[in-house]
Design a protein around this ligand. Sequence first.
Ligand SMILES: *Cc1c(COP(=O)(O)O)cnc(C)c1O
Length: 488
Amino acid sequence: MTTSIPPSEQTLDPQDWSGLRDLGHRMVDEMLEFLQTIRDRPAWQRVPDEAREHLSAPLPQEAQGAESAYRDFKKYVLPYPLGIHPRYWAWVHGTGSPGGMLAEMLCGAMNTSLHAGEQSAMYVEQQVLSWMKEALGYPAEASGLLVSGGSMANFVGLAVARNTKAGWDVKKEGLSGAHRPLVVYCSTETHSSVQKAVEALGLGSRSLRYVEVDENFRIRVSALRDAVAADRQAGRLPICVIGNAGTVNTGAIDDLSALAAFSRAEDLWFHVDGAFGAIAAITPALRPLLRGMEQADSLAFDLHKWMYMPYDIGCVLVRSPEKHRSTFAHQAPYLDVQTRGLSAIPISFSQYGLELSRGFRALKVWFCLKEHGLKTYQALIEQNVAQARYLGELIEADSRLEVLAPIPLNVVCFRFKGGIEDEARLDAVNNEILLRVQESGVATPSSTRIVGRFAIRVANVNHRSRREDFETLVRAVVRFGEQVVRDG
Ligand SMILES: *Cc1c(COP(=O)(O)O)cnc(C)c1O
């Protein structure tokens, strides 16, 4: 018996495959053209009112078609991006890559979810995790997980720290079983995502001790020692020390060897937030700066920042796979593993983090590392650090400018001085310079405060930047600086 499909049955596949294929080819051409000519565009521009208006239009009830949706994308979305221009250096914003973009398309075709089930993607993720352990010099036996970014990686690492060191069954009892307050330690320069994780883990921000830093913005280990001793004295339970491998403000790297030794001696978990800085360990020239990182109990880092992978992707590595797994492992009859068939799997990634359904983040890393090889990434990391030092030299060579912090890696904080002595006036002038530079579309640094002073801040995780781009920035800061001073 044959049954004919009633006309009411629908699918999202196109009726006209060749029409969609033509559109797809055009999209690939036009997106590669867009990236190829990105230097000719402004470094940033505000989303104009017309686009904002379109982007608040009501829910479409009727089909407008792929052609027309793509036209809207090109008109209202594509022209106003963040972070791919050669002179984009705000926050810590990776630039992606054309190969990475194509890998994302491949990923979209497979529509993988890594929750369970025997499929190639699982082996790709395992391979990528192995590659990253090798590249960073972290133990090969460690477990790991690809996550949305550094924030989630910090969360996972600190969750394992909490459950391992609390001394009671946190999974079962929660924190209501807490006989003693748990305490976590980090420097005052630590990224806000760490505090967010501590809060979400139910430890409370009051249990996060911000330890003072030295003149290079590195944690003072003697002050850490005093803080831990004081907490023990007061009957609290220290559980974890967080080391910074590249702080967001200045790129400072804590003395990770000293922190590792101290944590071991005090029976504390040692977690490293290496969101971007950990990646410096992929090059032999820079790895010594991060000595001690390989001893961390858990290590969080991003691949969408300094490895230039398309958003979003971060990674957490945990020295003890058992402790990692026991923090997140769960049983459910619909997730049982089998010896054959679909559910015969070597590893269930959902047992190592919060997410069950997970995208195929590994593919872009796998593809890009094959495309370029680790050596290219090593050269780029060294190039970014050399460029940051070059920018530092340009600033120091100009008496109107001033560097505000040491430059251990790829972050430069500076300001326009222009003979002004008053600190409040300097803050106001530099704030205005920053906004004028951004709005001019010439370059996009961001800002921070260094020991209370307003700083123009450049974080260079940009594989498109050239030396001349930093010269352009310096010229713009001086030009706008003199203009702001003239304007009063
Ligand atoms: C960016 C950053 C984070 C957070 O990472 P996301 O990928 O943005 O979640 C944490 N720590 C440091 C030092 C960072 O620079």
